[in-house]
Write a new protein. Structure first.
Length: 94
């Protein structure tokens, strides 16, 4: 079975060696055909604590690392550039 991969945004980096990644899935509503967005939050393993709030990352499925951690950071696609991102995420996704 192939490992699953997702691309998302880091919304929390407060834990040690763990980040929370929000993945937005867009799909058409079955009846009304309007595009609906659904956000799923995954806890991912970040062994060197390199991810910061606002980074775009690729995560991959892995063996269970803790009670809630089933994903690991594969690579950082875009680094966050501003400190204003923290304020924006607190209003938008959390």
């Amino acid at each position: 079975m192939a490992l699953k991969e997702r691309i998302g945004t880091v919304v929390s980096d407060k834990m040690d060696k763990t980040v929370v990644v929000a993945v937005i899935n867009r799909y058409p509503h079955p009846t009304y055909k309007k595009i609906v967005s659904r956000t799923t939050r995954y806890k991912a393993h970040d062994p060197e604590n390199t991810c910061v709030l606002g980074d775009r990352v690729k995560i991959k499925e892995t063996r269970p690392l803790s009670a809630h951690k089933r994903w690991a950071i594969e690579e950082i696609l875009n680094k966050s550039k501003t400190k204003e991102v923290k304020k924006w995420f607190n209003k938008r996704l959390i």
